[in-house]
Design a binder for this molecule. Structure first.
Ligand code: B3K
Ligand code: ZN
Length: 872
């Protein structure tokens, strides 16, 4: 890296000197280039000091600039480092800019780019400047119109934001379409699409009786896979009306699916652009998880129409204002559509597996960051998932009604504005007369707080005393933290397994779950009239994004697993029990002792398996052990191979000891025909199949092979392949090869194939991954492929952390290759090195050497920021 890239600071925010009232865009699509003409109505912002130089962001090839119809001579403007300075401009004027783009060669997939012959845009956060010169910041909100001109044969469909107001033929071959978006918006929400696409069309009638046209556009061959997406749109629209009173505001809502896309989807006003992964599904090609993912992401993007588009962010440091809130909304939507308990547990698994490590590593940042080099690096688990937990805490503290009052006030105050996280917090506080002063620390302090709780039962006084101390580890740039305002939901479970009424000294209510509000470093709560020693159930529903320590006995944990009325806490008790066993076994193995799995532990899992009344999806989660990545977080100087080996041994012991129960679960949960609502049964059945296959017996392998051959749905096909994946059997190789042959033409299913290859635990995995890179269906330019094969390998704790450093070397090579094409994807990939300091010294040194090799190369800002923080 020749030059240190510039760091942007939140404290430097200044309001824009000029505002754009209106922008009219005209795209002329030709074979060799796309010309963009933009016409801006600009006024000086009278709330800022007078300025006569207009600064615009841009990196496209500039053809001309004109002010009030006069083409500017070269001395009237300067173009330097992505900023166009137009000198001596009046207070109000018309600016015209012409640029030329080459979408076919744009591999970054930001701005205007080509995918399979069609054209798409991605502008958030700073892609609009790759299209034209503009104040590319979210607090400049303008009215947009877009005219697109193109060859009618090649690009029969031309789409943009808002409503279509006109179309026609320009000459014999070229046609035009004009779109007008009546709502002001920042440039990051601009979108346009041109191509040969077909739509599934439907309508939705809003609560106030307006009919909205719904269109889902895909390549023609994919139209048989969009019904689920359409149903999800309608469910999302209905849910937002019912739960938040929010109605859609345009006459048409469009979704377009594209195979080359950097992330999941994008909420452009009225014209959402989606990764095909989150649109296309039918039973034969998509798993139950895919179906759920589609509903969730469609919900998420749709919900952004209010939380993101109608009320947007003042600057990118406020990103969690829209993302944390919208993730909270999509989580609630999914919880209402499926199972609340299962949804909550799955979300916490994701948070702990990915956000906790981020919050403890070199790129840790607050929910509202203070600085960044490349904004694209800040679309993180912290902004999204921890941000959603922060929103959830308002909800926990205020209750559903109070939260809704806060939301209503937020929209009443800020509709049509670009605002900050403080504005949201103020709305929540003001609508409820609540004090969220200390709560602000959740936005400014990084790191996962730790709660150390202690309980004492006094049989004479019949009291239970709970003492909770909170702390938060240091994170980059933040040595000392102040105590957070933490909602701690808890209960006390009596001897009979029932919740006890919680009578706090000085309070006259006695609910069975209480939300204790922690504000100090150390606090004590005394519960009265407790008849016998209770088992405390703490952090019910995961009421705050913290780590909690409490000295439960193994018996207490087994008891909570069986009895806790809060399903999250039942699951959590099992995780704590397993984590404790794994840690003890890892320590024992490190001392040269063997691994033993106590009978009581096996019995606790047996009880789960035998509980035929429980929801199978919940059981499948209960029967899952913490991942290697999660265990690494709990240790210092972790040896991934050792952790992996111990975890495998415990799993195999659970498989062997409970062989009959797993077999029974497999059979009881096998259904005769496929019904979408049996997803939970399929999850449990396939977990059972995996457990049986790990024992390597012929009957199990045969069941898996048989399931693979006969499956009429992708969940079962994948279930069989996952069960076979690490068996080293002939059935494994045969089935995997057949799978790749059968689906070679289906890009999304081939992503699953690449994932299977890269997540394999068998000895030859790295070679298999390298071979897969030359499979005709693989292309490193396609983000879904890079993620399925390379990112999955980077998360393969066995092979990425191979003791000889081969995994590190391979990933570093791929980071370099990707960085030249698509920095955003490269920077995600290089982040797999971020937990280096948790790893034992020999491997850590190999990781460091690869990072230093990268650092010496020519890097994008994206990758530079991650690598330099890692090494810093
Ligand atoms: N807002 C977009 C994310 C844009 C990411 C840019 N690197 C999708 C979403 O969160 O809904
Ligand atoms: Zn979002």
């Amino acid at each position: 890296m020749a030059q240190q890239p510039e760091v942007k600071y939140r404290k430097d925010y200044a309001a824009p000197a000029f505002l754009v009232d209106k922008i009219d865009l005209r795209f002329e699509i030709e074979d060799t280039e796309t010309r963009v003409h933009s016409r801006l109505v600009i006024n000086r912002n009278d709330k800022t000091p007078a300025a006569s130089t207009l600064l615009l962001d841009g990196s496209a090839r500039l053809l001309s600039v004109a002010v009030d119809g006069q083409k500017l001579a070269e001395e009237r403007y300067r173009l330097e480092d992505g900023v166009l300075a137009v000198l001596d401009v009046p207070e109000s004027f018309i600016l015209e800019v012409e640029t030329s783009l080459d979408p076919a060669s744009n591999t970054s997939l930001m701005g205007l780019y080509a995918s399979n012959g069609n054209l798409f845009t991605q502008c958030e956060p700073e892609g609009f400047r790759k299209i034209t010169y503009y104040p590319d910041r979210p607090d400049v909100m303008a009215k947009f119109s877009t005219t697109i001109v193109a060859d009618k044969q090649k690009y029969p469909v031309l789409l943009s934001n808002g409503n279509k107001v006109g179309e026609g033929m320009l000459d014999k071959k070229r046609h035009w379409v004009k779109w007008v978006d009546p709502y002001r918006k920042p440039a990051y929400l601009f979108a346009m699409v041109a191509g040969r696409l077909t739509a599934l069309k439907d309508t939705f009638t809003t609560q106030s009786g307006r009919e909205v046209a719904l269109e889902i556009w895909t390549e023609p061959a994919d139209q048989d896979k969009v019904q689920h997406a359409m149903d999800s749109v309608k469910r999302s629209m209905k849910w937002d009306e019912t739960r938040f009173g929010l109605e859609y505001d345009l006459d048409i809502y469009m979704i377009v699916a594209v195979g080359d896309f950097n992330m999941g989807a994008m909420e452009n006003k009225g014209l959402n652009i989606f990764n095909t992964k989150y649109v296309l599904a039918r039973q034969e090609t998509a798993t139950d998880d895919d179906f759920e993912g589609i509903e969730r992401v469609i919900g998420h993007e749709y919900f952004h129409n209010w939380t993101g588009n109608r009320v947007t962010c003042r600057d990118w440091f406020q990103l969690s204002l829209k993302e944390g809130l919208t993730v909270f909304r999509d989580q609630e939507f999914s919880a209402d559509m499926t199972s609340r308990a299962v949804k909550r547990i799955s979300d916490v698994i994701g948070l702990r597996a990915s956000q906790f490590p981020e919050d403890a590593g070199p790129t840790a940042h607050p929910v509202r960051p203070d600085s960044y080099i490349e904004m694209n690096n800040f679309y993180t688990m912290t902004i999204y998932e921890k941000g959603a937990e922060v929103v959830r805490m308002y909800h926990t503290l205020l209750g559903e009604e109070g939260f809704r009052k806060g939301m209503d006030l937020y929209f009443r105050r800020h509709d049509g504005q670009a605002v900050t996280c403080d504005d949201f917090r103020a709305a929540m506080a003001d609508a409820n007369g609540a004090d969220f002063g200390q709560f602000a620390l959740w936005y400014s302090q990084a790191g996962t707080p730790v709660l150390d709780a202690e309980g004492r039962y006094d049989p004479v006084a019949r009291t239970f005393t709970l003492t909770v101390a909170q702390s938060c580890p240091a994170t980059p740039g933040q040595e000392n933290k102040q105590p957070f305002h933490i909602p701690l939901a808890m209960g006390l479970v009596g001897e009979d397994g029932q919740d006890l009424p919680l009578k706090l000294a000085g309070s006259d209510t006695a609910p069975t779950t209480r939300v204790l509000e922690l504000r100090e470093e150390r606090e004590t709560f005394v519960f009265e009239d407790v008849p016998s020693r209770p088992v405390p159930s703490l952090l019910r529903g995961f009421s705050a994004p913290v780590r909690l320590n409490y000295d439960w006995s193994d018996n207490d944990l087994a008891f909570l697993m069986a009895n806790d009325s809060d399903p999250f806490s039942r699951w959590e008790a099992g995780q704590t029990y397993a984590e404790r066993l794994l840690r003890a076994e890892i320590a024992a193995r490190a001392d040269g002792r063997g691994v033993t799995v106590p009978a009581a532990f096996v019995d606790a899992f047996r009880a789960v398996l035998k509980d035929h009344a429980a929801d199978p999806a919940f059981k499948a989660l209960m029967l899952q052990l913490p991942s290697v990545a999660e265990i690494i977080e709990l240790l210092d100087s972790a040896d991934p191979a050792l952790i992996h080996e111990v975890r495998e041994t415990v799993l195999t012991a659970l498989a062997a000891e409970l062989r009959n129960e797993w077999r029974e679960a497999y059979e009881l949960n096998t259904t005769r025909e496929y019904r979408p609502q049996d997803a939970g049964k399929r999850a449990l059945k396939n977990r059972a199949l995996s457990m049986l296959c790990r024992l390597g017996d012929a009957r199990a392998l045969e069941s898996a092979r048989d399931q693979f051959i006969k499956a009429d749905n992708m969940t079962d096909q994948m279930g069989a392949l996952i069960a076979l994946r690490d068996t080293g059997s002939a059935e494994r190789d045969e089935s995997l090869a057949e799978f790749a042959r059968r689906w070679e033409k289906d890009a999304l299913v081939m992503d699953k194939y690449f994932t299977l290859v890269a997540s394999s635990l068998g000895a030859g995995t790295l070679d298999e991954v390298k071979r897969a890179m030359s499979h005709p269906a693989f292309s490193i330019k396609n983000p879904n492929k890079a993620r399925s094969l390379l990112m999955t390998f980077g998360r393969n704790m066995r092979h990425f952390h191979a003791a000889d450093g081969s995994g590190y070397r391979f990933i570093a090579d791929q980071v370099l290759a990707l960085d030249a094409l698509n920095p955003q994807v490269a920077s995600r990939l290089v982040s797999v090195f971020n937990r280096r300091k948790k790893i034992e010294p020999a491997r850590a040194a190999l990781m460091k050497a690869e990072l230093e090799r990268l650092m010496a190369a020519q890097l994008s800002k994206d990758v530079y920021e991650i690598v330099s923080k890692n090494l810093g």
